[in-house]
Write a protein that binds this ligand. Structure first.
Ligand code: PGA
Length: 245
């Protein structure tokens, strides 16, 4: 049985004070929920303050990216040990916004995934096709290439620590959710690509305009094990409603 994971990706939103206020409000609203995992991924400056605010609650902390070196002359980057020390358990890797605006490739995704695992952070690897790719009917090919590139060289034990997020780019921040059937088709396809020893254990999250109104029918699908939620995770009430779908 895969435990659902509801992960809030706050992207580049909220100051430290706003982040602490948001997570504190959320903590009140999701108190006692223990049959699913709840994760928030704030900006780097807010990591430690949010970690302190959620100490003793059922909310976990994640980062939105990681660099593969441990330390050194890499201006602007943040490493695994730094994220660990700030209280992170998870890290989002290869989000489509990173691929689109910051030159992320399947190779760099793979390096970040390996770095995360090396420092005992649980990677959430994002894959997903653009609208153009969907219209050209190459969704599965795109997703397969991204997935295989991202998990390349991982051992079975490492794969068991990994979460995949299927996020169709055309559904991110657009209010246009994939239908549960569209999402399930790709989720089942992704599961089928995973090695037999891990495929029933690895969680596959859906991301792209998930909200309190559509979460239930998405989560009803066999291969959808949770959500990576952007916009709706910025409002405690909405994110709490999603968590408690
Ligand atoms: P959205 O973002 O929920 O705002 O569509 C999801 C994501 O990009 O992770």
């Amino acid at each position: 049985m895969r435990k659902p994971l509801l992960a809030g990706n706050w992207k580049m939103n909220k100051t430290i004070d706003e982040s602490v206020a948001l997570v504190s409000e959320l903590a009140e609203k999701v108190k006692g929920v223990d049959d699913r995992e709840i994760l928030v991924c704030p900006t780097y400056p807010a990591l430690k303050p949010v970690a302190d605010a959620i100490a003793g609650t059922n909310i976990m902390l994640g980062a939105q990216n990681i660099f593969w070196e441990e330390k050194g002359a890499y201006t602007g980057e943040v490493s695994g040990p730094m994220l660990k020390a700030a209280g992170c358990k998870y890290v989002i890797i290869g989000h489509s916004e990173r691929r689109q605006y910051f030159g992320e490739t399947d190779e760099t995704v793979n390096k970040r995934v390996k770095a995360a695992l090396k420092y005992r952070l649980l990677p959430i690897i994002c894959v997903g096709e653009t609208l153009e790719e969907r219209e050209k009917d190459v969704t599965k090919k795109v997703v397969e290439t991204q997935l295989k590139g991202g998990i390349n060289g991982l051992t079975t034990d490492e794969l068991l620590l990994t979460t995949i997020a299927y996020e169709p780019v055309w559904a991110i921040g657009t209010g246009k959710t994939a239908s549960p059937e569209q999402a399930e088709e790709v989720h089942a396809f992704i599961r089928g690509l995973l090695p037999a020893e891990v495929k029933d254990t690895v969680r596959i999250l859906y991301g792209g305009s998930m909200n309190p109104g559509n979460v239930k029918e998405l989560m009803a699908k066999e291969d959808i094990d949770g959500g990576l939620i952007g916009g709706a995770s910025l409002k405690a009430e909405d994110f709490a409603a999603i968590v408690k779908y």
